[in-house]
Write a protein that binds this ligand. Structure first.
Ligand SMILES: [Zn+2]
Ligand SMILES: [Zn+2]
Length: 527
């Protein structure tokens, strides 16, 4: 009896499967359809590790099971080859990302073929292929036309090691997702996708999703919707106002102080001669600390009195304005109203700095909670005309009253932020925008796409806040698509996720040169 010799028998059969296109699929089958795939891999290492195929073996098993049940099964694959992982691999190995990516893909492919994965190789896609990123750029121009892609100057997370900005989701516990460096804030003009426009839609559709509850909860928290009110406080003896957001406008009569973030635009204008030095020093120290350090609830709160007062719009009383680093500049309005009787953080702050505590919601007699603050609902006290009103009802009534007085309005806020997509790195799809002195930012017309990523020898980040493309003068110089005058290209590239956010659609029509995908094909394969 002969022994099983894998290096002899397996290549023979793999060739037969490849030649008879066993796993190729199309839309003309009479069988019911079934579309299954895993997350496509980053070809950012010399080869696949067992973890890659741990995921793909599950997909492969599902695909085979469905085929056996008589389905028309599509199991495609592609390569998430743009972005930091691939570029960092190239830097590490001292070669160009274009070359390392091609080599890595060839090896991943060889490995997947040799384990016998039942992949439809005719649908293979690669995000760093101009055939593919042409359509990522086209999607960008469509979003730009709808005002869903826009530019804004803002403080951004910056990784000093990777020398690029990071999206909020790429900062984990104050550190870079790729290299673990502590990130810092830097002010830059950047491109964003307006994902917040879809916050309500995302929330509304979440319950219907066939996902584990854990994921649904994480998504809901990430969107972070809170309903409340924006309340405006007049600065005493000044025309300036300070706006806060509160989910508990029913406690406004208990607001005995305001706290501003050190980054708040008014922070430095509120100082008096006596407080000047102390406050300046406090602000300078605070902005150097990380958000994690600043919002750590186990640490004792710090803060300084600004020297100025605001008028509580409900009571008409003067309340002190403090500056404290536990309030963050980049979140909400950068100012909060302190209601120490009904909020733990405010209570800790008031206790430390001996600020008045005024109870405005009565604790029920049967309340067994021994916390210093009462957080629940109840009848209002010390609240003028609203005394005796239930807090649930008072929320609406107080907002209506503030609105009538021009001192507030109801407001919904989200924790979710727009998606920062500019990267000052080489290995990504160039952002298809041209700057004309007369017409401003103009999208590259579809007929001129793709904007090819030029081949450069030195692709390492320079650390000046610009991508290396900014140094490619021949490439940067172009003409305005509107008027034909000399103009300059945007030199930032898109985050790798811009390309990997739509590949499931491209699989349905992977080689279409006229469209990102044909609607009839996408409709056939989509659920
Ligand atoms: Zn990093
Ligand atoms: Zn022009």
């Amino acid at each position: 009896m002969r022994h099983y010799n894998p290096s002899e028998i397996e290549p023979k059969w793999q060739q037969i499967w490849a030649d008879d296109q066993r796993y190729h699929t199309n839309e003309s089958s009479a069988k019911p359809k079934y579309y299954v795939t895993g997350m496509f891999p980053y070809p950012s290492g010399a080869g696949m590790h067992t973890g890659h195929f741990m995921e793909h073996s599950i997909v492969d098993a599902v695909a085979r099971f469905r085929r056996a049940l008589g389905y028309n099964v599509m199991y495609p694959i592609g390569w998430d080859s743009f972005g930091l992982p691939a570029e960092n691999y190239a830097i590490k190995t001292g070669r160009k990302p274009r070359e390392t990516t091609a080599d890595n893909i060839a090896n991943f492919k060889k490995q997947l073929r040799s384990v016998g994965a039942s992949i439809d190789w005719s649908r293979e896609i690669n995000t760093s292929d101009p055939e593919y990123y042409k359509w990522t750029q086209w999607i960008f121009t469509k979003l730009f036309e709808k005002d869903l892609a826009y530019q804004k100057e803002s403080l951004q997370w910056w990784c000093p090691k990777d020398k690029t900005v990071l999206a909020n989701e790429q900062v984990i516990d104050g550190k870079c997702w790729r290299c673990d460096s502590v990130v810092v804030k830097k002010s830059m003009k950047q491109w964003f996708f307006r994902i917040t426009a879809y916050a309500e839609q995302l929330l509304a559709e979440l319950p219907e999703m066939d996902w584990p509850d854990k994921i649904k909860i994480a998504q809901t928290n990430w969107i972070g919707k809170s309903e409340g009110a924006e309340i405006t406080f007049q600065v005493d003896g000044s025309d300036d106002t300070i706006t806060v957001f509160s989910t508990r406008p029913d406690t406004i009569f208990g607001a005995t102080f305001l706290v501003l973030a050190p980054e708040h635009p008014l922070a430095r204008t509120l100082l008096t001669d006596e407080t000047h030095e102390l406050v300046e020093n406090y602000i300078n120290d605070a902005v150097k600390k990380s958000e994690i350090e600043r919002t750590n609830d186990t640490k004792e709160k710090t803060g300084v009195f600004s020297g100025s007062y605001a008028i509580n719009p409900a009571t008409g009383q003067k309340i002190p304005i403090w500056i404290a680093d536990y309030v963050l500049g980049g979140y909400g309005t950068g100012a909060v109203m302190g209601v120490p009787a009904h909020d733990d953080r405010d209570f800790a702050f008031a206790e430390k700095f001996e600020l008045p505590v005024v109870e405005v919601i009565e604790r029920p007699e049967d309340d067994i909670d021994t916390d210093a603050c009462y957080h629940g609902e109840g009848g209002l006290v010390n609240s003028g005309a609203f005394d005796g009103t239930r807090s649930e009802d008072a929320r609406e009534q107080i907002v209506a009253w503030l609105e009538q007085e021009g001192k507030g309005k109801s407001q919904i806020t989200y924790k979710m932020r727009d998606w920062l997509i500019s990267r000052q790195r080489y290995w990504g799809a160039p952002i298809p925008i041209i700057y004309c002195p007369e017409h401003g930012a103009v999208p590259v017309p579809e007929s001129d796409l793709p904007v090819l990523l030029p081949d450069v020898d030195d692709f390492q980040p320079r650390g000046d806040g610009k991508s290396v493309l900014a140094a490619q003068e021949d490439w940067v110089q172009t003409t305005c698509p509107v008027c034909g005058s000399p103009a300059r290209r945007e030199t930032d590239t898109m985050d790798g996720y811009a390309c990997s956010s739509w590949y499931l659609l491209r699989y349905t029509d992977p080689h279409n040169a006229q469209q990102a995908w044909a609607p009839d094909k996408a409709n056939y394969w989509a659920p």
